[in-house]
Design a binder for this molecule. Structure first.
Ligand code: PEP
Ligand code: MN
Length: 336
């Protein structure tokens, strides 16, 4: 249920609608846009839209037939901007998040932070808790990795995004990271999503390797239902019958999600392709398709990276890519 208030609706009129929604048993979420206040009533209640449309100050009322309500475009037609420090994700500027797959050593993360910052990235990515397919692979440095990454980011004016794998890690991640990443394998970990919904920190929500767009947006809805609207869904490739690439990068998901939802969208061409030489073309395509942020694995020595080396680009490739992205951005009404 969505109630769109008139442009200059008085606070008492808004409150009267909220009271009526609450009286009917809805959970009410309020969205204050530049022009209109929109009230989202979440719940399975029977009502007539006309009951709301006759109330003073109401412009229109609609039932939302989509299974996700709060992340639906109708709730914030003008789109959402996720603000973290000085960085805005979903505005005109496209935000690049770059760094290694995993934090390995102090020297490694310092070198990479300096090089990605110098090339124009705004956020340092890097895993300290790694969801590896094999239990024998490197699992990440844990808290030490977060500490090293925070220091390296701070020295280079970068924000930090890092993965949280389970609910017990949330306090630690919240302490060190500016954006918490939910990995593809955890997209449908509803206990984790519910806890992150209670947090007031942005979440980068990777698309599950076998998730439909609707399932992905329903996972985002879990976060929003808890009151955390700072969500950045991230396309990172899905599993198809194709084996040449590690995953199939679903570029079309970018404009689809931007149409269905008000959330800013990120794209990760590193996991999306699994191959270093395919990362720049897919990054360029994602920007052209409307991505608000790009997540790119970069290492000063990719051949010796402890994880995901094959899909990690080096300093020279990254600088060249940033130059190309700067040229493409204005063609699609963006900057970088
Ligand atoms: C990562 O970002 O390094 C990662 C493990 O991502 P995903 O969950 O998309 O595989
Ligand atoms: Mn990785």
């Amino acid at each position: 249920m969505l109630v769109v208030m008139e442009e200059h609706a008085a606070e008492e009129q808004i409150q009267a609608v909220i009271d009526k929604l609450v009286g009917l048993g809805f959970d009410v979420h309020r969205s204050t846009g530049a022009l209109h206040t929109i009230l989202g009533g979440v719940g399975d209640r029977d009502f007539e839209a006309a009951e709301f449309e006759v109330m003073p100050g109401v412009k229109e009322a609609h039932r939302i037939v989509s299974p996700y309500k709060l992340v639906h475009r109708g709730f914030r037609p003008e789109g959402s901007i996720v603000r973290v420090g000085e960085v805005a994700i979903g505005g005109e500027a496209v935000v690049v998040m770059a760094g290694p797959c995993s934090v390995e050593t102090k020297d490694q993360i310092e070198r990479i932070a300096a090089l990605v910052a110098e090339a124009g990235a705004k956020v340092l990515r890097g895993g300290a808790f790694k969801p590896r397919s094999s239990p024998y692979s490197f699992q990440g440095l844990g808290e030490e990795g977060l500490r090293l990454m925070r220091e390296a980011a701070g020295r280079n004016g970068l924000l930090v995004v890092s993965e949280v794998m389970d609910t017990t890690q949330i306090p630690l991640l919240a302490q060190y990271a500016d954006i918490l990443q939910v990995g593809a394998r955890n997209m449908q970990n509803y206990a984790l999503l519910r806890e992150l919904g209670r947090l007031r920190k942005p979440v980068l929500l990777k698309r599950g390797p076998a998730a439909t767009i609707e399932e992905w947006l329903l996972s985002a809805e879990y976060l929003a239902a808890g009151g955390n609207y700072d969500i950045i869904p991230c396309e990172r490739g899905i599993r198809t019958f194709e084996t040449y690439t590690r995953n199939t990068m679903d570029i079309s998901a970018i404009p689809v999600v931007k149409k269905l939802s008000h959330l800013p969208v990120a794209a990760d061409p590193s996991h999306g392709t699994g191959r270093r030489d395919k990362v720049p073309p897919m990054a360029r395509a994602a920007l052209a398709a409307g991505a608000d942020a790009l997540v790119i694995e970069v290492h000063h020595d990719p051949d010796n990276a402890w994880s995901d080396g094959a899909q990690t680009i080096g300093p020279e490739q990254f600088r060249e890519l940033m130059g190309q992205l700067r040229m493409i951005a204005p063609a699609v009404g963006r900057s970088l």
